[in-house]
Write a protein that binds this ligand. Structure first.
Ligand SMILES: N#[N+]C[C@@H]1[C@@H](O)[C@H](O)[C@@H](O)[C@@H]2O[C@H]12
Length: 467
């Protein structure tokens, strides 16, 4: 990677390149509420969150942050942050209540109001087509495990492109397909709550076909750039013996998306492994990789924390901080590294490693956006009405400094979207885990900018990070 030298740093701050895009991100099911408002059909997360035992505390997204009604407040907060773009997602069942055919005009109206409000505020809409809230009717027909979904998603993409393509600044087809396939269909912690590796592998491939169809549909209906958002992992082996295992883990999460999209194949490291490779499981048909490999305008990357992996000791007993993950492997929580409220490690250098070691060798000169990065802490409002989330500020500063370093290493990172604008419905964790730059009192729906939001706003305004 050619080292690039440009005036990025002055004595007291790390300057980002001119035109660097600062943003904040959310997702429909996590913030909107209005679960059955104005013609919206049920999603798999409506079903899952109302299934006892699936979501912490029995929380659901019926109201969430009530952004279905309060999107104007959200836009005002985005203006206060000074961001150039807002990454939002479309609720497929709000636009197509059964996921196919009939279009709900009131659903289109809602997103037209939001998008028009953003444009009027001078904030670029970055729109994710799919952020996990599949129409329940499609899951009833097999969901992502049914190859037909690739066509259903292509139809949805065409509707969205036609309706909003004149004002959307960039499109993201899928958010974190790995989570959709492997947390939704393999370990079942997310909707639809299926535990079937064979269906997970099928879903992995069908998500990619759907992505490819969506790229084509969007290109036919919108001039905006198109990309995909992947949650890529950094697996760090703590001993040389664990290196091979770390490589397999990265192939199972990174390779099964990066390789088909950019190299027209699934990872050779997974050849013969039908439980993780769609090729080995027989799902690849002639022409599939031409669809999947539709050229992109950017890659979106979501990243939060690295993983440390090792080999189980000969006595078979895991040591302190080790969790058994297989017959002879463990995941490790190293001593001395801070952890967030999600029990995720705080290790900012890992995002620089991700961008330089894993992303750049694959994407080359293709623009990269950090479409999500952030942290969850036990936030509370003080008696004087403040949220002094110093840990989130430290996490933010550390990771932005590491992104700055990756840019200096030559990785063409063009923007950063903080996750999240708002505290919101954190999937299986419900409302217990707060990621927002803005504190939400879910009893009153009042929004309160946290200290981290004030700090982020100053970074955005300066396009620089104070050292
Ligand atoms: N958990 N967590 C926080 C965050 C989640 O709230 C987003 O919806 C996902 O895209 C991604 O997992 C990251």
């Amino acid at each position: 990677m050619p080292r690039r030298y440009f005036p990025m740093s002055t004595d007291d701050q790390l300057r980002f390149p001119d035109g660097f895009l600062w943003g904040a991100a959310t997702a429909a099911y996590q913030i909107e509420g209005g679960a059955d408002a104005e013609g919206k059909g049920p999603s798999i997360w409506d079903t899952f969150s109302h299934t006892p035992g699936k979501v912490f505390h029995g929380d659901n997204g019926d109201v969430a942050c009530d952004s279905f009604h309060r999107y104007g407040e959200d836009i005002a907060l985005l203006k206060r942050l000074g961001v150039g773009s807002y990454r939002l997602s479309l609720s497929w069942p709000r636009i197509q209540p059964t996921g196919r055919g009939e279009v709900n005009a009131k659903g289109l109206d809602y997103y037209n109001r939001v998008i028009d409000g953003l444009v009027e505020a001078g904030i670029e809409p970055s729109v994710t087509l799919y952020h996990w809230d599949l129409p329940q009717a499609l899951q009833d027909a097999g969901g992502w495990a049914n190859r037909d979904i690739a066509d259903w998603f292509g139809e949805f993409a065409a509707i969205a492109g036609e309706a909003f393509g004149d004002r959307v600044s960039r499109w993201i087809t899928l958010n974190e397909p790995w989570v959709v396939a492997h947390v939704g269909y393999r370990d079942g912690r997310h909707a639809p709550g299926i535990q079937d590796p064979a269906l997970a592998v099928a879903a992995n491939h069908h998500l990619l076909l759907a992505h490819g169809n969506a790229v084509s549909a969007l290109r036919a209906s919108s001039a905006a750039p198109v990309g995909i958002t992947l949650n890529l992992t950094v697996e760090r082996p703590v001993t040389p013996e664990a290196a091979a295992h770390a490589a397999v883990l990265e192939a199972r999460q990174n390779g099964v998306y990066l390789d088909p999209i950019f190299h027209g194949r699934y990872p050779e490291l997974l050849d013969g492994d039908a439980s993780f490779s769609p090729a080995a499981a027989g799902h690849v048909r002639d022409g599939d990789f031409e669809i999947i490999g539709a050229p992109l305008d950017f890659l979106g990357v979501n990243f939060y924390a690295p993983h440390y992996v090792g080999m189980l000791h000969a006595d078979g007993e895991p040591r302190r901080g080790e969790t058994v993950t297989g017959p002879d492997t463990v995941s490790i929580q190293p001593d001395g590294l801070p952890i967030t409220a999600m029990n995720w490690l705080v290790e900012p250098g890992s995002i620089r490693e991700l961008l330089t070691r894993i992303v750049a060798p694959v994407t080359g000169a293709l623009p990269v956006y950090i479409t999500e990065n952030g942290s969850s802490w036990h936030d509370y409002v003080t008696q004087d009405g403040q949220v002094n989330d110093l840990e989130r500020i430290a996490y933010l500063r550390g990771h932005l400094a590491a992104v700055h370093g990756a840019i200096a290493d030559g990785v063409p990172v063009k923007g950063y979207f903080a996750w999240s604008l708002l505290d919101n419905f954190e999937w299986a964790e419900g409302y217990a885990k707060r990621f927002g730059l803005v504190y939400v009192d879910f009893a009153t729906q009042e929004r309160l900018l946290k200290r981290s939001g004030e700090v982020y706003a100053s970074i955005v305004a300066a396009n620089a990070l104070p050292k």
